[in-house]
Design a protein around this ligand. Structure first.
Ligand code: ATP
Length: 308
């Protein structure tokens, strides 16, 4: 079990304040929050690149000592993939992925092939990294951190360079692999799908603290506030006396319906095509609301709405 206990850290400003959570083998924790909220810093502290000013990190009851005590920063049983994935450009994909594997290991080639299959890069075995695209490099970097199977994997925006055509397949393949190997994975991400569809738990950071923590279902369905909800979608803050819905003030666009008639009249200001629906921006008593609709609506058209 990984136990992060009361971690605080500052550069010139406070970046993390009293962060605590636990995670088990095989878990997948998504750390989310606005840019600069401390996601990468948290991963760097857990990995042992940054000195812990206050608090402790334990792995199975062993206290992790950090860079002040370790000659080479970084814990051996963990692997960390930073945003600027570190690969050697002038050697091949095969050599990069095998960097941490012994040449005496009889299974070396088989292992490299297996990992390249997970990230769908089998066809690039003999290609020099310098000749790969950004997304291809990122996939090789993921294979490399998995090579010497870590117990804990820390990934910082692991799919940021991967095209949408491939991203979903890669996510499914990678997270299935990590689960099958019982690897604990902590991912810093801006991507809602990374968090909602795959994580056991989401940690939302804001102003150096944990703003919310829980299963994807809880965090999504009962967001603590507009900041948490806005990670997933546009969010409408409407008091109960207007919506008619008790004990709820935050509404996702799909929780407001356009109806034939109601007491709530709004004016359409924009329609955005979203594939399976249109996101309609409307003006209501000087405020902007976002509503889902099956079809686009002309600007300035007046429609009626109802809150679910
Ligand atoms: N080496 C550094 N020296 C000084 N300040 C730093 C350093 N690294 C990060 N910071 C600051 O610490 C804060 C947290 O940075 P961090 O990279 O952890 O945020 P993040 O949530 O990962 O952001 P992003 O989503 O943009 O990657 C930011 O305000 C950043 O400017």
């Amino acid at each position: 079990m990984l136990k992060v206990k009361n971690i605080s850290f500052s550069y010139s400003n406070e970046v993390l304040n009293n962060i605590s959570f636990t995670a088990n083998k095989g878990d997948y924790i998504a750390v989310v929050g606005e840019s600069g909220c401390g996601k990468s810093t948290l991963l760097e502290i857990i990995y042992g690149l940054l000195h812990i000013e206050k608090g402790t990190v334990f792995w199975n009851n062993t206290k992790l000592l950090g860079p002040t005590f370790n000659l080479i920063p970084g814990e051996g049983f963990m692997k960390y993939l930073p945003q600027d994935f570190d690969l050697m450009p002038y050697i091949t994909v095969e050599e990069n992925v095998g960097k941490n594997l012994s040449y005496l290991d009889k299974n070396r080639s088989k292992r490299i092939a297996e990992l390249l299959e997970v990230v769908d890069m089998s066809n690039f075995l003999k290609t020099k990294v310098v000749n790969l695209s950004g997304g291809q490099k990122q996939r090789v970097a993921i294979a490399k951190v998995l090579a010497k199977e870590p117990e804990v994997l820390l990934l910082d925006e692991p799919f940021s360079h991967i095209d949408n055509f491939r991203k979903n397949k890669l996510r499914r393949s990678l997270f299935k692999y990590l689960k099958s190997q019982n690897i604990l994975c902590i991912v810093a991400t801006h991507d809602t799908t990374d968090a909602l569809s795959f994580a056991n738990e989401i940690i939302v950071l804001k102003d150096a603290k944990i703003e919310a923590q829980g299963t994807p279902e809880t965090i999504y369905n009962k967001p603590k506030n507009a900041y948490v909800a806005s990670f997933f979608n546009e969010i409408n803050k409407v008091p109960s006396k207007i919506s008619g819905v008790k004990n709820k003030q935050l509404f996702y666009p799909n929780e407001i319906k356009i109806v034939e008639n109601s007491a709530l009249k709004v004016t359409v200001t924009s329609s955005y095509f979203k594939g399976s629906y249109y996101l309609i921006e409307v003006e209501f008593k000087g405020k902007t609301l976002f509503i889902e609709s099956e079809c686009s609506i002309e600007n300035d058209e007046v429609v009626f709405i109802e809150f679910n």
